[in-house]
Design a binder for this molecule. Sequence first.
Ligand code: HEM
Length: 217
Amino acid sequence: MAVIDRLRIAVSPVHRALEGTALARAMAAGDVSPAAYATLARQTWHLHADVEPQLARAARAWPALEGLVDPSHDRAALLATDLRYLAPDDATPAHPAIIEACARVRVDVEMRPWTAAGPLYVLEGSRLGSAVLLRALAAGWGVPATAGVGLDYHLPPSAGWWASTVRSLEALPLNASQVDDICASASALMHSLWCLYQDLKPADVDAASALRASHAS
Ligand code: HEM
């Protein structure tokens, strides 16, 4: 079976669970305030800021990854831009689920650099959902779905990027146990993200943002 199919099978149940969380449903319905979205964006920034250098490190340790890991696709800087716009005074530390996810990626990459293909698939694949979320969030906020409104993270990448990511995944010289490692790493990351989404209920997120705003004023 193709690696992409193995990855889809591995992450699909937890992706479905994540899409079913109150936060994901509210976002898909365009029903999450910019302040509440910023709480999630902060955690997503912690994830990207920690994991993206690990992916580059993996490609140095295992050069077969070089065709797949492209630092120009990194999105920590886009999230930082969004956060400067949406929540300039916020410095919330990483959620325990994100700390755990980053620690696991670090250990995986250190011991078995090919596992980086798992988190890379998860982070790049999440752009497929971004197309939906960009439209929904922008419509809910009454802003255009363009750069500079706090949603740069979700802007579409260059045409053909997903087909090229899948081709590079399929070109990796992997044996069966390495494919198992990659799927385990991808599904562990998705599981941590599900824990995060489960914990960040839209109402709590809005209440936390309101509290921060009242302390700031
Ligand atoms: C917040 C709500 C989310 C929504 C509404 C959403 C929606 C979608 C949609 C519409 C697709 C493309 C269609 C499909 O193949 O199922 C997709 C694919 C995907 N999403 Fe999400 N998504 C969400 C969150 C996430 C998150 C947080 C991640 C991980 C960081 C993620 C990872 C993926 C992956 C890896 C794929 C690729 C599946 C494939 O191989 O085709 N998604 N998502």
